[in-house]
Design a protein around this ligand. Structure first.
Ligand code: PLP
Length: 491
């Protein structure tokens, strides 16, 4: 019997269910092998730009091809040009590992293919999202009430949160009248630390605050927002007739994972009536481990919080949680209900229509994969994995401290270490930057590890980020050996 998977598409309708079954088994085997063997592949793809584009036909096939031909092209053309985020050697940026249960959740969600715009279009997806986010709220130790929705990315979640912050200035009637051509409108201002993520600035641009509408507050020696400087900035702006609107505190900054003093920031927000948004996109997951719960201290006073399960919670990208204590304001910022979407299914509490809480009408069933991740690993299992990643970072940080030729450039409170080579007697800043850049390039071209960099106080810093689900202690030892080897090679 010939495999039906090798046949082309039928004359009408979808793939035959039996062909789908065969192909799905093949894909299941393929993904299991990939996850088992990913460590053997070069983590940073070595291809040149244009490789994939040039290897693919410039125009689409006129007649359908068999699914086995297409699957073969994944191996042949796409895998060599893939940078393997799933590899334990991936230590750049922040980890984003898709776990087995998360991948299975994605698969089922795709098969169901519901669009959770209204409660009635997806009762299970809507209610699962509410329950799963309430579980997650409990896991990170945040008090009720907290309304949660899942968005694609933290950039979207922060944009929506800051749109709500703007909406909370209800006397300005921006939803009705916009911001253009209104000389009576005061200049609006938001505040975030010098280390806050660029998504805050982007949201400011989109929402009409402009780049100038975000005031960057200096950080202390541990890269945390200085609340005294924040208070001074707010005072100066008020005196100048500028309207302060929101403060964005970060729990786990992108460069160094520093955690802003949220309680002190919350107190200022309460005093001045400002919206407090906490960007815990990366760091929030740490709070699942009881001994790391301090990262969210003060976040219980925030108006909104973002936490990305697709960063450090082993959920395949994309999955970003936005919680708010002010769901009514978030809804006021976004809800538009054309006639064809009106329903009478229940109250906002019983049957929320998730389209009302952001720009997207259509929404994927993202909660399923997160629910499966939480159920499979359990809160304790997730905490244990997060704890291990922090231990690997501590191990590397201790090694750096003991090493003559390397130095730490920032504290490492969570799973990321910022360091550089600094051999004794080599103090010229430009030479040090070049040396460290060459170390990163050397390690990255070796295929076993992928590291990224940042600038701290103007100096080039190597960033080593743990957090991949497949990492073990041997990977921490391995990257230490790679750093030691690289300085010998390029130094
Ligand atoms: C602290 C922080 N916030 C926000 C973001 C943006 O995340 P996303 O890619 O989900 O938009 C990042 C990305 O690394 C981040 O580190």
């Amino acid at each position: 019997m010939t495999d039906r998977i090798d046949a082309g598409a039928p004359p009408a309708g979808d793939m035959d269910p039996e062909v789908y079954r065969q192909a799905a088994h093949q894909v299941a085997d393929w993904t299991a092998d990939y996850l088992r063997d990913v460590e053997r592949l070069p983590v940073l793809s070595p291809v040149e730009p244009g490789t994939v584009r040039n290897a693919l036909p410039a125009s689409p096939p006129g007649t359908g091809e068999s699914i086995s031909t297409v699957l073969a092209d994944i191996d042949r053309l796409l895998i060599p040009a893939t940078t393997h985020w799933q590899s334990p050697g991936f230590m750049a940026y922040f980890a984003s590992s898709g776990s087995g249960p998360g991948i299975l959740g994605e698969t089922v969600a795709s098969a169901l293919n519901v669009n959770a715009m209204l409660w009635r279009t997806a009762p299970a997806a809507t209610e699962l999202e509410q329950v799963t986010l309430d579980w997650l709220r409990q896991m990170v130790g945040l008090p009720q009430p907290l309304f949660g929705v899942i968005n694609d990315t933290a950039s979207s979640s922060t944009l929506y949160a800051l749109a709500a912050a703007r909406e909370a200035q209800s006397d300005l009637r921006i939803r009705e009248l916009g911001m253009a051509g209104r000389p009576e409108l005061p200049r609006l201002r938001m505040y975030a630390s010098a280390e806050a993520h660029s998504s805050v600035e982007k949201a400011g641009i989109v929402l009409g605050f402009g780049k100038d509408g975000l005031r960057r507050i200096p950080v202390d020696e541990r890269f945390r927002m200085d609340p005294v400087a924040l208070r001074q900035a707010i005072r100066e702006d008020v005196a100048a007739g500028i309207r302060p609107v929101a403060v964005i505190a970060t729990a786990g900054t992108t460069s160094t994972t520093s955690v802003d003093p949220i309680p002190a920031i919350a107190a200022l927000c309460e005093q001045h009536g400002l919206w407090l948004h906490v960007d815990a996109a990366y760091g929030g997951a740490a709070a699942i481990a009881p001994e790391l719960r301090w990262v969210l201290d003060g976040a219980e006073r925030a108006d909104s919080i973002v936490l990305n399960p697709h960063k450090w919670l082993f959920t395949p990208i994309d999955c970003s949680v936005l919680w708010t204590r002010q769901p009514g304001v978030l809804r006021d910022a976004f809800s538009i209900v054309p006639e064809y979407l009106t329903t009478t299914d229940g109250s906002e509490l019983d049957a929320p229509n998730l389209m009302d809480y952001g720009t997207s009408l259509g929404r994927r069933m993202r909660a399923l994969k997160l629910w499966m991740v939480i159920r499979y690993f359990g809160a304790d299992g997730l905490a244990q994995r997060i704890r291990e990643h922090c231990e690997y970072a501590s191990m590397l940080a201790r090694w750096v401290e003991d090493e003559r030729d390397f130095e730490l450039l920032a504290p490492a409170p969570l799973s990321v270490v910022c360091l550089r080579a600094h051999p004794p007697g080599l103090d010229d800043p430009g030479t040090l930057d070049t040396l460290n850049q060459r170390i990163v390039e050397r390690i990255n071209s070796g295929g076993h590890y992928f590291l990224s960099h940042t600038k701290l106080r103007g100096e080039y810093a190597i960033r080593v980020a743990f957090g991949n689900l497949r990492q073990e202690q041997r990977h921490a030892r391995g990257v230490i050996a790679a750093l030691r080897g690289a300085i010998d090679d390029v130094g």
